[in-house]
Design a protein around this ligand. Structure first.
Ligand code: 3HC
Length: 414
């Protein structure tokens, strides 16, 4: 099936970004929200992205206008009668998602594909609100949608092959990289990313290091990530991270430690860049200093203090979860690495040179015996969330130690 016209439901940062991506690829798109102010914000967001292209000399104002003319902003469903696919990007509440899927099922033609940009929630559960579960699928973009190349494509339990093939092809038409991911809470990339971000927040609230120190240690001058964890969370939204963190905690339990600081920040409306302050302060210059919030939390006696900080403490849970995704066949080995490069810009600093590399290749380089050793050391120090997953033990026992042995997660030739 070919996609000629697209609907986007929800005009938040992701909805606006996705609409820009669709028009950049030359397709018309109708963006619907229930709030006129949100639509206006989305319009400004899209125009700003295109203005960036003009400022860089990559597009003329005339070309931009042609793209902007492809977008229609609306408060009703009238224009959804002839869309071939809808990408839903409404708030991450299952009841809200199910309600809009029910509405879409009524207003769209029976052939229209209904895709969700959810970060973590069940596609199968959303599909149950429709009479077309075979046409419901996850299409998870990464933030900022206009820059990050990955789209996770997540079939639900009843999604048919034609829908999967169409969405894969459509993703490529959007000049993005589709990676098919088996449905599980957090899908692939957020499932790996969240234990890392969560551990960063835990280290901060325990006074192991400051946000700046942690960002420096993990960013381009340190481990190599394009952004440190706190800059990234401020960009994503603290509320979004807290939501994904809680959801994954509910499903995966102690593999993620419970942190307090997310709630403390959300209660103060410190949601990141979008609200003027998060871990860092942007425009809300009167915001309470983060150190004071952390100090109060520590004084309450409810958090452990003085635990040590290390880069391994943050990176190893990310790597361990990647190994678990291999074990559970959430995606294939090459796709897991590709998804981390294309979705979160994973790169590793090797003597000052930033090398793009996914978690499985990185573990193979390090040696899987070394990975297990590091995890076991962390487990003794911090507890069971650092327990190495079975597949690591199995590979080490069978001599698949990584690059040095010629095989690990991948096959290596000299
Ligand atoms: N249209 C099309 N392509 C565009 C574009 C546009 N309007 N703007 C940029 N691009 C593409 C171009 O190829 C551009 O290169 P070019 O300008 O030379 O043509 C390229 O993107 C790089 O753009 P920028 O120069 O703006 O990017 P930076 O080099 O400044 O990097 C960053 C910014 C990409 C945000 C980088 O810091 C990064 O990768 N950070 C990590 C972000 C991340 O991890 N995101 C995912 C978070 S997890 C998530 O979102 C899941 C959710 O569910 C929670």
């Amino acid at each position: 099936m070919w996609i000629f016209k697209v609907g986007v439901l929800g005009a938040g940062a992701m909805g606006g970004g996705i609409a820009q991506v669709v028009t950049y690829a030359g397709l018309p798109v109708v963006v619907k929200d229930i709030d006129e102010a949100q639509l206006q914000a989305a319009r400004e967001h899209v125009e700003k992205i295109y203005q960036g292209r003009v400022d860089k000399g990559k597009m003329t104002m005339g070309q931009v206008q042609e793209k902007l003319d492809l977008i229609e902003y609306t408060l009703d469903y009238d224009e959804f009668a002839d869309v071939d696919i809808v990408i839903e990007a409404v708030p991450e509440v299952m009841k809200v998602k199910q309600q809009v899927f029910k509405e879409l099922d009524e207003v769209c033609t029976p052939d229209t594909i209904l895709a969700s940009n959810t970060s973590a929630l069940s596609i199968t559960e959303m599909a149950q609100a429709t009479d077309r579960p075979h046409k419901v699928i996850g299409m998870h973009f990464f933030n900022p949608a206009h820059v990050m190349k990955l789209v996770e494509v997540i079939p639900g339990a009843e999604t048919d092959q034609d829908t999967i093939d169409t969405v894969e092809q459509f993703t490529q038409e959007l000049r993005k990289i589709p990676v098919i991911v088996q449905e599980c809470p957090g899908f692939l990339v957020n499932r790996l990313l969240m234990p890392y971000l969560n551990e960063a927040v835990l280290a901060l609230e325990q006074g192991s290091a400051t946000a700046q120190e942690i960002d420096e240690a993990l960013g381009t001058g340190g481990f190599g990530w394009p952004m440190g964890p706190f800059f990234l969370m401020d960009m994503l939204g603290i509320d979004v991270c807290a939501h994904v963190g809680n959801y994954l905690y509910d499903h995966y339990g102690e593999r993620l430690a419970q942190v307090r600081l997310f709630d403390e920040l959300v209660e103060r409306n410190r949601l990141g860049e979008k609200s003027g302050a998060g871990f860092y302060v942007y425009t809300a210059t009167k915001a309470e200093p983060l150190e004071d919030i952390v100090a109060k939390l520590q004084a309450s006696g409810e958090v452990e203090t003085g635990t040590p900080f290390s880069v391994d403490r943050l990176i190893m849970p990310f790597l361990n979860e990647a190994a678990m995704c291999v074990q559970e066949e959430i995606a294939n080995v090459n796709d897991i690495d590709m998804a981390c490069i294309a979705g979160i810009g994973m790169q590793v600093n090797k003597n000052g040179e930033l090398i793009r590399m996914g978690p499985l290749e990185y573990m193979d380089e390090m040696g899987l015996d070394v990975v297990v050793e590091k995890m076991e050391t962390l487990e003794k120090e911090f507890g069971s969330r650092f327990h190495p997953v079975d597949v690591l033990y199995q590979k080490v026992k069978s001599g698949a130690l990584g690059k040095k042995a010629g095989r690990g997660f991948m096959e290596w030739t000299a």
